[in-house]
Design a protein around this ligand. Structure first.
Ligand code: HEC
Length: 158
């Protein structure tokens, strides 16, 4: 009698198992629906060897400068030297981008990826702040800090 009961019990579990899986599916799908509707869905990491498709035209660099001074300079410093009050108060040790060695070993695709997705205490620059073209512009702009003068509209080469 006990054997029969156990068999029935096991049978009931088997019968329930697919039903539970099925019941979860529509619930899981619900929170995904709004995300799928967002136009700026995450595109995944940028390949490290991706080439920068944007050219360092003066207008591109001028736009990048404006964006950098709004979203980045509070930590990295306006000259990109990594010295800022925020960096100090957060205890951040930031690379000095005026030194050509600082970014030399970091390919454009990696810089894009760090800017877009963030890294540790480095916040992500999301698509509502900057589209891909603007992020590539930031990559060009931060590289320009190690040239004698940051490439900005109006600054004459020495
Ligand atoms: C809250 C401070 C903060 C802000 C704002 C910030 N960063 Fe950073 N950034 C960091 C920190 C900290 C790191 C080092 C992260 C790590 O551990 O790799 C970093 C690293 C980077 C790196 C990787 C190369 C390197 O020198 O380590 C790039 C590129 C970069 N930041 C660009 C930017 C850009 C562009 C912006 C603006 C869109 C920005 N950051 C805004 C804190 C910040």
């Amino acid at each position: 009698m006990l054997k029969l009961f156990l068999l029935l019990f096991a049978g009931t579990l088997f019968a329930l198992a697919p039903a539970r899986t099925f019941a979860l599916t529509p619930q899981q799908a619900t929170p995904q629906a709004p995300a799928a509707a967002q136009p700026a869905a995450p595109t995944g990491p940028m390949p490290i060897d991706a080439a920068n498709p944007v050219k360092p035209a003066p207008a591109v660099l001028a736009k990048a400068k404006t964006l950098f001074n709004m979203d980045c300079s509070m930590c990295h410093g306006e000259s990109g030297n990594g010295q800022s009050d925020v960096a100090k108060s957060m205890g951040l040790t930031l690379d000095n981008w005026t030194d050509p060695k600082a970014l030399a070993g970091k390919p454009d695709g990696l810089l894009f990826d760090i800017i877009r997705n963030g890294n540790g205490k480095m916040p992500a620059e999301t698509k509502d702040r900057a589209n891909d073209t603007a992020v590539w512009g930031l990559v060009l702009y931060i590289r320009s800090f190690s040239q004698s003068q940051p490439a900005t509209a109006g600054s004459a080469p020495q």
